[in-house]
Design a protein. Structure first.
Lengths: 359, 305
């Protein structure tokens, strides 16, 4: 059995790598650097789905290559350079930690175009792209507040970085718009990926009285725990309903496909230029998984909020935003917080009953 | 369910893979072999265990396949370090890297599939006793198996002649050889036992803990098991304490955060490792009394014929 499995798996991998190289030489070569394995069911998997959508759309004009399991930091420089040397003209580096290595390689090869996901450093030949996931979190907050019987949400955080903190704040603002007295318990697991620890955190939150689990970590472990205990949860990055058919309320789905297609088309047309894209629901940079396991009125509310955000009528960080200390946060973006304030968020909003680590 | 009971149940589940893997490594190291490939053997055990359980629909088949997979991988280690007398540290590290890659290859087919977890035991009457019933009689069988195993290992090492011979190989392989004991064969059996335990520990994760397979799901537990053996100063009794202490600190820090205790989570996450360092310092200061590392640990033995 073992042997058959092994040989089947080996054959698959061989077929994959051969398919990656055996193509005509005059096609545009597009490269991808992935953080995890494509089978991580989360972050990297969604980027891979984006690449597959790209191939489906423009497969006759381009040739794509990906390198998976590339560690963040200086090591990734070699991997990126390897893609350059293999003749790739447009390279997507899909994790925050590739920022400086990508920039370094970009300076070295001015004729190659680079696209870095979730970073903030750009150059003439290096764009950045990311999603306004806090919009989705606001909707989730509303749903959670409606669905929670205990009035206590359980939130599993990875690292206290601005993206995660703005997610917690958006969730709370959404939840407070439904139930001003909503409470949240936050557990930082200090890892993006450790299924065991994520499950333990989910159990701890449920044991302490939370009845809705929300996560900003990558595996479906927390969803499974919620499902086992008959509680509700939100997925993360990708569709996790398989792990909790009766538990998943919705999930923020990263959909990179449309962006990848647009950027490669621009490259093919010769109109590619360095840009800073921070796409929200309106640009389809991410979508909400179907609203499930909730009554119709909650579903209707979620859909209306989603429509309002998409149309630009509702902004989760609409001023005034009140900080944990009860003081109003300076409003630098007119009617709403400025993008920079959201990207660099390092405070909790009022009602979060937790101390920000390191503060 | 009372909160204390819930916490203890979580601690039991979190400690079990650590205890299983560390038990195997303790026996391996007691025989004088340092196998740093625990993480690799664990993750291959997880991939094969999950795959087998998914295909067969049986947790027991999954556990057995996990054990066999760990043993097969440790056989490579035994061949290299005992047969060819290659450096144990380098081989062990290579084994981990090999295991992580191999598990991804084997597991690729099963990513996204799910199984039902190992059932929790239920003994009518006993499991219903308030507070202690679920803890003592109501967890999955792996939890009790891991405890039975460490008791058996203790009995074997300190109460049987074979255990004495194994320890002799670990403390002074030249003398053991001179007395006519087959040092390499004994060491190979110890390595195989370690591999089997690591494979089972790995299989525990997708079979009972988080019932799905994802590459890299052991997330460093193999390294913790290695540290635990040192923490326990190579003694089975202390190993149990160490494993449960590690599990308890991990779970308690999560609960402390949820309850809003104002200690930084980063510090709490680092606590178990801090404890290991402190124990190591204490051990080296009190070298005279307690038993420390097996004297021949990590050294290569080539019998002169």
């Amino acid at each position: 059995m073992m042997k058959r499995l092994l040989s089947a798996a080996a054959a698959l991998v061989l077929a994959g790598s051969i398919a990656g190289v055996a193509h005509a030489a005059d096609k545009l070569k597009v490269g991808f650097i992935y953080l995890g394995p494509i089978g991580d069911l989360g972050w990297t998997y969604q980027h891979e789905l984006g690449r597959q959508a790209l191939v489906k759309e423009l497969g006759d004009k381009i040739e794509t290559t990906y390198l998976e399991n590339v560690p963040e930091g200086p090591d990734s420089e070699r991997a990126i350079e390897q893609l350059v040397r293999a003749g790739n003209k447009l390279i997507f580096t899909t994790s925050f930690g590739y920022m400086d290595p990508t920039l370094k390689v970009a300076k070295k090869y001015p004729n190659v175009h680079f696209e870095h996901s979730t970073g903030y450093k750009r150059d003439k030949n290096m764009s950045t792209y990311s999603g306004r996931w806090y919009q989705g979190r606001y909707i989730q907050g509303q749903i959670a507040a409606k669905m929670s019987k205990a009035g206590v949400l359980g939130y599993i955080g990875s690292f206290p970085i601005p993206e995660v903190i703005s997610g917690i704040n958006a969730t709370m603002l959404g939840a407070q718009s439904v139930n001003p007295n909503i409470k949240v318990k936050i557990i930082w697991v200090n890892t993006w990926f450790d299924p065991g620890k994520e499950a333990d955190a989910a159990k701890a939150l449920l044991d302490q009285g939370a009845d809705i689990i929300m996560q900003h970590t990558d595996s479906p472990a927390a969803m499974q725990v919620a499902a086992e205990r008959g509680k509700l949860a939100f997925g993360q990055d990708s569709e996790m309903i398989k792990f909790g058919p009766k538990a998943q309320l919705t999930s923020i789905l990263d959909t990179w496909g449309p962006y990848y297609i647009a950027r490669v088309k621009a490259e093919l047309d010769g109109t590619w230029k360095s840009e800073d894209t921070w796409g929200g629901l309106d640009s389809k940079m991410f979508e909400m998984a179907p609203y499930t396991n909730m009554p119709d009125d909650v579903k209707k509310m979620a859909e209306e909020t989603q429509a309002a955000i998409t149309a630009g009528k509702l902004h989760p960080f609409k001023c005034p935003v009140v900080g944990q200390d009860g003081k109003e946060v300076e409003c630098k973006g007119g009617a709403n917080l400025a993008d920079g304030q959201i990207l660099g968020m390092n405070f909790y909003v009022k009602g979060v009953d937790d101390k920000l680590p390191g503060k | 369910m009372v909160l204390v009971e819930a916490i203890i149940l979580s601690v039991l589940a979190a400690s079990t893979p650590l205890l299983l893997a560390a038990t195997g490594e303790l026996v391996t190291e007691r025989a004088g072999v340092l196998n740093l490939g625990v993480e690799g053997m664990m993750i291959v055990g997880a991939a094969c265990g999950f795959g087998a359980a998914w295909l067969s629909g049986s947790i027991i088949v999954g556990a057995l396949c996990g054990i066999i997979a760990g043993m097969l991988l440790s056989l490579i280690f035994a061949f290299m370090t005992l047969g060819l007398a290659v450096n144990q540290v380098a081989t062990g590290l290579a084994l981990t890297i090999l295991g992580i890659g191999l598990s991804g290859l084997i597991g690729a087919r099963f990513v996204g599939e799910r199984i039902t977890t190992a059932p929790h035991l239920y003994i009518p009457g006993l499991s219903d006793i308030p507070l202690v019933g679920r803890i003592l009689f109501g967890e999955d069988a792996f939890v009790y198996l891991s405890l039975a195993l460490i008791v058996a290992v203790w009995w074997f090492l300190y109460r049987t002649r074979a255990g004495l011979v194994l320890r002799a190989c670990g403390d002074n392989h030249v003398s053991a050889h001179a007395l006519g004991y087959p040092v390499l064969r004994i060491r190979m059996l110890a390595v195989l036992f370690g591999g089997g335990c690591a494979g089972l520990a790995g299989a525990y994760l997708p079979l009972a803990y988080t019932p799905f397979f994802i590459p890299g799901m052991t997330a460093g537990r193999g390294w913790i098991a290695l540290a635990l053996v040192v923490f326990a100063s190579w003694r089975p009794g202390r190993l149990v304490i160490g494993a449960y202490l590690f599990g308890a600190v991990t779970i308690l820090q999560l609960h402390a955060q949820g309850a809003g205790v104002g200690i930084p989570s980063q510090f709490m996450s680092a606590l178990p490792y801090l404890a290991t360092v402190i124990v190591l310092v204490l051990l080296s200061r009190a070298r005279t009394g307690g038993s420390t590392a097996p004297a021949a640990l990590g050294t290569v033995f080539v019998p002169d014929r």
